[in-house]
Design a protein around this ligand. Structure first.
Ligand code: PML
Length: 269
């Protein structure tokens, strides 16, 4: 493998003032070889301008060369799918999956009502104590700016290590498109941090009703319907072990580059 790659990060919004405030439209990120850099930047620009959540009028694209010796490797989560036919059924299944992964009933109830009560999508994820259900990302931390409850923490700086192996893996499972790719990569990074117990997510794209529960124990459990068609509000929750140092946890999620290794065909995933 090459010694460096390029991190490309995009965030876009509508109606903001120099990127502050406004409505989140789309975010994306990749870690790509130099030969794919230009194409990746153009693709992100196109995505922000043609997104079904709206046409972004603020787009920030950041490109940074990364030394791959600093990147951590983590395995892609095992994939499985559960079919649901309504929002209520999907969320009930997700609640069962979270408990099966080790999140307490109290924390599952707290998480479901927090995510279900959002009126607009967040840029990042909420972090909840998997035992007590307390929301941790909004607690003040000494030496850091006051937390913004609409932002949460972002899981950032991750991509697939070997693009060809990943394409073969996804094709064998009939999975195509950006949603599944980005969600599986992100979910795999989230589970590579040992304090994570499980993750809950459903999409904020109005036309995409799918979500998932991720955990090291049960892998990536895709749930086909978790919200009503047309609903533009979605989000994520990271459930973490009681006593997790949220400063260190946030640092890993936001800054440590992670490359996700795809299992070879014939492996268990
Ligand atoms: C999938 O497995 O199809 C992805 C589900 C979650 C998508 C989250 C998002 O892209 O907004």
């Amino acid at each position: 493998m090459e010694r460096t790659r390029f991190s490309v990060k995009m965030r876009s919004s509508l109606g903001s003032v120099h990127g502050m405030g406004g409505r989140h439209i789309s975010g994306a990120e990749r870690i790509v070889p130099e030969k794919s850099l230009e194409e990746t930047v153009c693709e992100m620009l196109r995505r922000a301008r043609t997104h079904e959540r709206g046409t972004a009028d603020f787009i920030q694209i950041k490109v940074e060369e990364l030394n791959l010796s600093k990147a951590v490797h983590a395995p892609l989560l095992r994939f499985s799918e559960i079919k649901s036919s309504s929002k209520d059924e999907g969320r009930r299944i997700a609640a069962e999956e979270l408990e099966a992964a080790g999140v307490s009933h109290k924390a599952v109830t707290a998480g479901m009502s927090l995510l279900g009560a959002l009126t607009d999508s967040m840029r990042g994820a909420m972090v909840l104590d998997a035992e007590t259900g307390e929301r941790l990302d909004t607690l003040p931390r000494p030496g850091t700016p006051a937390p913004d409850p609409r932002r949460g923490i972002r899981c950032s700086s991750m991509d697939i290590a070997d693009e060809d192996a990943y394409r073969r893996f996804m094709k064998a499972r009939g999975l195509y498109g950006d949603h599944a790719r980005e969600a599986m990569v992100l979910a795999s990074k989230v589970q590579s941090e040992p304090s994570t117990v499980a993750e809950l997510c459903w999409s904020d794209d109005p036309g995409y009703v799918t979500g998932y529960v991720g955990s090291r124990k049960n892998g990536y459990r895709r749930i086909t319907v978790m919200k009503d068609l047309g609903d533009p509000v979605g989000g994520r929750i990271f459930f973490v072990r009681h006593g997790t140092d949220t400063g260190k946890y946030t640092g890993y999620m936001e800054n440590t580059p992670v490359l996700i290794d795809t299992p070879e065909e014939g492996d268990a995933a």
